[in-house]
Design a protein around this ligand. Structure first.
Ligand code: SF4
Length: 105
């Protein structure tokens, strides 16, 4: 069983952590300790340990990609990224536009 780096209260949507090798655990610990702002440590760890829904994992990935700046995620113009249509913080209009494009396919 993998011990969480941070031991927050468990919410209703938080699943048990997936099994990880010691090398994965070490890499996750170092990444979170050295590269993730305090505000995002718990969500990032949960996403990396597959304890949260995919939508939260996508949000975590986009935030990490944009140096944890919500505004940068919102403005992301990397249309070749497969996560782009699913990224968080899009305006309602942009999200609708994305849905329309998907239905046209
Ligand atoms: S959609 Fe944009 S912010 Fe999200 S992972 Fe892709 S490039 Fe990064």
């Amino acid at each position: 069983m993998t011990e969480p780096l941070i031991k927050p209260e468990r919410g209703p949507r938080v699943k048990p952590p997936r099994a990880v090798t010691p090398a994965e655990r070490s890499a996750i610990t170092v990444y979170i300790r050295d590269s993730v702002p305090d505000k995002h440590k718990i969500a990032t760890e949960r996403a990396l340990l597959k304890q949260v829904p995919r939508s939260v994992a996508i949000k975590t990935k986009c935030l990490a990609c944009c140096n944890f700046d919500r505004e940068e995620v919102k403005l992301c113009a990397v249309y070749t990224c497969p996560l782009n249509p699913y990224r968080p913080y899009q305006s309602a209009a942009a999200a609708e536009e994305s849905d329309d494009a998907e239905q046209d396919e």
